[in-house]
Write a protein that binds this ligand. Structure first.
Ligand code: DCM
Ligand code: DCM
Ligand code: DCM
Ligand code: ZN
Ligand code: ZN
Length: 263
């Protein structure tokens, strides 16, 4: 996801933190630093020399065969340089490791906040065409690619335009309303069926599989090469984007509650 998607996941998560988890998160990030404000730090970091090692942590390249067959396998798909599943497991360990510096502990939490977002983006759980980066499309007439549309353009459109603070607040509230008493309320329990910090890798494989399945159901079901996406394709994608952001946020909140309870 782009900046707005990551901030939305973080802001939704923040809404579901227990008082103990709010104190825990604030103690690591620093007082007054919101989760939404650090949610995209990892995307800036991966393009730096110091942060290059973390570039593969943002995705898992599932070598499946969409749209006929979708699947994620840790052994098959998590490369030697790591992937989003191993990164979630690693930073779950690191954030709890009392021997780390304050800076490295903070980075571990910032990575977790970020990767709980990326793992719900279907194309971050897919190797095909480099996660859709090599599928050239247009958005409102401008050349772009399928992956970028899922990360950014379609999220901004779903949120009502742009990525201002007002857009973030209203979009997050809309999704929180659906979780609390709307169309997501009956399924939200299934989103957190696996949020045990002791089995982070196994849980994260399940989250990756859940998101990867949308590649067969919708994302890569039709060949959109050369097509304009701001139309029928967007209409079908919007409910998936909203669901996945809500899911990532609600799940991150539950996970941080578990981390705080164990601290
Ligand atoms: N940092 C942070 N939040 C940000 C930007 C940076 O916590 N939004 C932290 C992460 C590193 C340190 O600052 O511990 C150095 O960051 P950078 O690599 O961006 O210089
Ligand atoms: N790092 C990591 N796993 C390790 C060691 C370091 O993920 N085993 C990460 C943590 C920081 C970055 O590398 O985000 C820089 O760490 P350091 O400041 O320890 O070099
Ligand atoms: N990406 C991905 N899978 C890959 C490579 C990249 O999901 N195999 C993601 C990471 C970024 C976007 O695609 O969100 C663009 O990556 P990059 O800037 O590394 O090309
Ligand atoms: Zn992306
Ligand atoms: Zn990312």
């Amino acid at each position: 996801w782009g900046t707005l998607g990551h901030a939305t996941v973080a802001q939704i998560a923040d809404n579901y933190l227990t008082p103990a988890a709010k104190t825990y998160v604030q103690g690591i990030l620093g007082s007054g630093v919101t989760m939404a404000s650090v949610a995209s730090w990892a995307d800036n970091y991966r393009y730096t020399t110091a942060g290059k090692f973390s570039a593969p942590y943002h995705f898992i390249d599932a070598e499946d065969s969409p749209p006929s067959s979708c699947s994620v396998s840790l052994d098959r798909d998590c490369g030697s340089g790591g992937c989003v599943v191993s990164a979630i497991a690693n930073y779950t360990q690191r954030v709890q490791d009392g021997r780390l510096s304050e800076e490295n502990t903070k980075e571990a939490l910032e990575f977790l906040i970020h990767f709980f977002g990326d793992i719900t983006q279907p194309l971050h759980d897919e190797a095909e065409e480099v996660g859709g980066n090599d599928i050239k499309v247009t958005w409102d007439g401008a050349d772009t690619n399928l992956h970028a549309c899922w990360d950014t353009q379609m999220v901004e459109k779903a949120a009502g335009g742009g990525n201002s603070t007002a857009t973030l607040d209203s979009f997050s509230q809309t999704l929180i309303g659906r979780i609390d008493s709307g169309s997501y309320s009956s399924e939200k329990a299934s989103w957190i069926s696996c949020v045990n910090i002791e089995t982070a890798s196994d849980c994260a494989v399940g989250w990756a599989q859940d998101a990867n399945a949308y590649n067969c159901q919708y994302v890569l079901k039709t060949d959109e090469s050369g097509q304009e996406l701001d139309g029928d394709y967007y209409t079908g994608a919007e409910p998936i984007i909203e669901l996945q952001l809500a899911k990532g946020g609600y799940r991150l909140g539950a996970y941080l509650n578990n981390l705080a309870a164990a601290a």
